[in-house]
Design a protein around this ligand. Structure first.
Ligand SMILES: Cc1cc2nc3c(=O)[nH]c(=O)nc-3n(C[C@H](O)[C@H](O)[C@H](O)COP(=O)(O)OP(=O)(O)OC[C@H]3O[C@@H](n4cnc5c(N)ncnc54)[C@H](O)[C@@H]3O)c2cc1C
Length: 360
């Protein structure tokens, strides 16, 4: 069986990884470098920190963030907006949460097992601190966790200089840069073609086509409701005030310190443009937590967001789509790659709610 994968971001890389274990002839098409639009991420494997986007409280949160300048709204996909408004405050069926819980567990385990084979990507399972400035927001956060369909382990802890934090002991983190190198090694022997696919007609010699093209999937399926939320990731040298992985909830900044560098990420802009002029804000907001002495690099990326934040994975005819996981693309990528593989091979027909938008 000849399979074409369009897009070598983290979801496409995991799809190629699982397909390679089968008797399949894979060609992976990537217009830029492998992983170049995923590498900016913080590398927090945090599937339990899922946000349902289609709620009034989320929209109010976004508007508050935009008043503070933390977020910026330049453009959104019109099909995404229509679906968001149509489904505002609606809850998904229970099967959606069941699939998400399975995907969360599968993904956490996949990174752990790959690290057990060889930890060449700074895998750490030292948990994650969600840090709050205001006591009332911390209490609200704790209440939300108590109701979470993921039923995660968490505890309220003191955090010097802040109202406190929610600590999630079951979460892990990695270096995205080193993980992409690991994937390049894992995919030795797979045909990787550095080319931008313009139309699916170019792929008519393939039996199966997989679209893991992030926000650009809409080029092939024009009414797919996926929009871009842009952000930035810095790899820096410096001294962190706290030697712990943390998310500053009020500023939407994540900080993940390793021995050889610190990863700092942020930005949640509704914006599909390549303008990176707001990247500096991320450094400014992190300056009270990290004393930066050197910047190794900055990368920009686009969270491919569905209208409710749930991934979109499904198959029609010989085309399988896997995208939409928004803030948590790295956290769900192993499961997205595995389920995509099972769809391609005909082992799975459908993923219920998670396949909801695959109707082209
Ligand atoms: C600041 C920030 C921090 C983040 N931190 C985390 C985190 O800590 N944990 C987490 O779980 N998630 C995180 N995310 C989210 C995560 O980065 C994304 O969800 C994920 O990278 C999306 O991966 P993808 O493979 O779906 O898409 P992409 O990485 O965008 O990959 C799509 C690929 O397809 C290629 N492509 C597109 N069209 C074509 C074409 N026509 N022909 C050939 N190639 C094509 C593109 O070049 C690209 O490489 C973060 C996001 C941001 C912005």
């Amino acid at each position: 069986m000849k399979v074409a994968i369009v897009g070598g971001g983290i979801v496409g890389l995991f799809t190629a990884y699982f397909l390679k274990k089968e008797d399949v002839d894979i060609t992976l098409f990537e217009k830029a470098d492998l992983g170049s639009y995923s590498v900016h991420a913080a590398g927090l494997i945090e599937p339990y920190r899922f946000d349902k986007i289609n709620s009034t409280s989320m929209i109010i949160k976004m508007l508050k963030y935009s008043l503070r300048g933390t977020t910026y709204i330049r453009n959104v996909n019109k099909f995404w907006l229509k679906e968001l408004l149509k489904n505002l405050n609606k809850n998904p069926p229970e099967d959606a949460w069941k699939t998400m819980r399975e995907m969360a567990e599968f993904s956490l385990k996949a990174y752990k097992e790959m690290a057990e084979e060889k930890n060449d990507f700074n895998y750490r399972d030292d948990g994650l601190y969600e840090v709050y400035l205001r006591e009332e927001d911390l209490e609200k956060g704790l209440e939300e966790e108590k109701k979470s369909p993921f039923n995660p382990k968490f505890e309220k802890v003191d955090f010097e200089g802040f109202a406190g934090a929610i600590f999630f002991p079951g979460l892990s983190r990695i270096s995205t840069e080193k993980f992409i190198d690991r994937m390049k090694n894992e995919l030795r022997g797979v045909k990787i073609v550095n080319k931008e696919i313009q139309s699916l007609d170019e792929l008519k010699d393939f039996d199966e086509i997989v679209l893991t093209s992030g926000i650009w999937t809409t080029k092939f399926i024009s009414n797919l409701p996926v929009t871009a939320f842009k952000g930035y990731g810095y790899r820096v040298k410096g001294t962190p005030k706290y030697n712990k992985p943390l998310v500053l909830v009020d500023d939407g900044i994540a900080i993940s310190p390793f021995e050889d560098f610190i990863k700092i990420t942020g930005g949640f802009d509704a914006d599909s443009s390549y303008d990176s002029s707001r990247a500096q804000l991320v450094l400014d907001k992190s300056s009270r937590i990290v004393d930066i002495s050197f910047i190794y690099e900055m990368n920009m990326g686009f969270r491919p967001c569905s209208p409710d934040g749930f991934p979109i994975i499904g198959k029609r005819d010989n085309i399988t789509v896997a995208t939409g996981a928004c803030r948590l693309g790295w956290s769900y990528a192993p499961a997205m790659g595995k389920y995509t593989t099972d769809l391609v091979l005909g082992r799975l027909k459908d993923l219920g709610y998670i396949s909801r938008y695959v109707k082209f």
